[in-house]
Design a binder for this molecule. Structure first.
Ligand code: UGA
Length: 443
């Protein structure tokens, strides 16, 4: 099939590359000329394991094309995916400016029947707005060309996006007739062989499914963080509680890891947007507001522990921070807990030595003017001369470090672990002052 994708960000590029990899002919359109030039030269704008080789192979095979020409893109595919950004507005609701711009551009250039697919995470009701935008342009052209609008939300996790696309748990398709569903079914057929993963429904339900999935996951995390905070006050260990409750299949072991808060480009933005959507229809979403505020508080927990340990006097001290990205296997720093931590440390007059396996360049870009930040080439170098170690992200290489080196490098053997990587008793035996999240009485 011929398929067009608008937007070569994270979602668009993964979608385009994976669809081309199973034999479709895909054209990716973006307004950013430099990005398109880079992609043609095999330079990928994001760090995503496994993506680069598929982009390169399919580009070389001629199945994956890149262009800045919207007309060429619209004429190319019968399926037109919209995967452009929906940044949060000032009030936290999703800004549909780019989505509607693409919709109008499709209306302007379309020459036969098109299926227009909302892939970006968009508020409930966007399908109708896209339909209206296309219709208005077609009317101004005096055209009676047919088109359908479909919602097909993505459920990709950063760091595992290619795997999630190739082996989806579900493919949600929201449409108001059968014809577009059949065409999309055909496009996804190679990913849908072993058993049928397609769940079809109306457009509004599909749009809400996406938000509900992320809000549910964020709720699980905030719930666990709340119980972890309680465990600290009650002298219980959240890791035991986690195993205890996870064994109930109705709760499950997945996504109940306590920590120093959730980040990334999705959960914070989507929970906030759903609260706004609820408000807009006169519903006060108390639960989702609490999910947000628990997470907001959780992001400063590590700082509070460190501050208490040093009796509120952090001025002139140096802290080693391991893990800067919002989660492992990505260089994405959006809404990362490490940022809240480092900014609070700087505010308190402390210095930071930081290390991350992938996010050093991104950290450098964000904090180019920060004199109190020293970016270190290795995790060991980061420890040298620091007053304590603070861990924000559970990268694999932090799981079993050389504890002797760690102890000898730090001026005080204090470790504040935001991801519960080590065993508290073993750490105590090794001579560390070890503070984790929700594991026994806190500092
Ligand atoms: C999330 C969803 O997991 C995807 O299904 C969804 O498609 C995507 O958003 C999206 O809307 O595009 P992602 O943002 O890549 O994916 O990251 P997650 O792996 O879900 O992690 C989010 C945050 O939750 C991270 O900061 C992570 O550290 C935190 N987390 C996760 C916890 O604190 N505890 C857990 O048990 C799990």
């Amino acid at each position: 099939m011929n398929i067009t994708i608008f937007g070569t960000g994270y979602v668009g590029l993964v979608t385009g590359a994976c669809l081309a990899d199973v034999g479709h002919h895909v054209m990716c359109v973006d307004v950013d000329k430099a990005k398109i030039e880079n992609l043609k030269n095999g330079i990928i704008p994001i760090f995503e394991p496994g993506l680069e080789p598929i982009v390169q192979a399919n580009f070389e095979a001629g199945r994956l094309k890149f262009t800045t020409d919207a007309k060429e893109g619209v004429e190319f595919g019968q399926l037109q995916f919209i995967a452009v950004g929906t940044p949060p507005d000032e009030d936290g609701s999703a800004d549909l400016k780019y989505v509607l711009m693409v919709a109008r551009s499709i209306g302007e250039h379309m020459n036969d029947y098109k299926v227009i697919i909302d892939k970006s995470t968009v508020p409930v009701g966007t399908g109708d707005r896209v339909k209206k935008a296309v219709q208005e342009v077609l009317q101004s052209r005096n055209s009676d060309l047919r088109f359908d609008v479909v919602s097909n939300p993505e459920f990709l996790k950063e760091g595992d996006a290619v795997g999630d696309f190739m082996k989806p748990d579900r493919i949600v398709i929201g449409a108001d007739s059968d014809e577009p569903i059949e065409l999309i079914r055909e496009a996804y057929e190679p990913f849908n062989r072993s058993h049928d993963r397609i769940i079809s429904m109306d457009i509004r339900s599909a749009e809400l499914t996406k938000y509900a999935a992320n809000a549910m996951l964020a709720t699980k995390i905030s719930f666990m963080n709340e119980v972890a905070n309680l465990a600290e006050r009650l002298g219980a260990d959240i890791e035991n509680v986690r195993r205890g409750i996870g064994s109930d299949p109705r709760i499950g072991y997945h996504f109940i890891y306590p920590g120093c808060g959730y980040g990334g480009s999705c959960f914070p933005k989507d929970v906030q947007a759903l609260v706004m959507t609820a408000d807009s229809v006169g519903y006060d979403s108390e639960l989702l507001k609490a999910v947000e505020s628990v997470n907001y508080r959780q992001k400063s927990k590590l700082f509070e522990k460190v501050s208490k340990y040093f009796d509120g006097d952090l001025k002139g001290k140096t802290f080693a921070v391991w893990g800067l990205s919002f989660k492992p296997n990505t260089d994405d720093m959006r809404e990362a807990s490490s940022r809240v931590l480092m900014e609070l440390l700087w505010e308190a007059g402390a210095k930071v030595k930081a290390y991350d396996p992938e996010a050093m360049k991104e950290t450098q870009r964000i904090y180019a003017d920060q004199d109190s930040l020293d970016l270190c080439g290795t995790k060991e170098q980061c420890l040298r001369g620091a007053d304590a170690l603070l861990i924000c992200t559970e990268w694999k290489e932090f799981r079993s470090p050389d504890f002797e080196v760690m102890k000898n490098s730090l001026t005080r053997p204090a470790v504040f672990d935001g991801r519960n990587l080590y065993d508290p008793e073993r750490m105590a035996r090794k001579g560390f002052d070890y503070y984790a999240m929700g594991r026994g009485l806190s500092v």
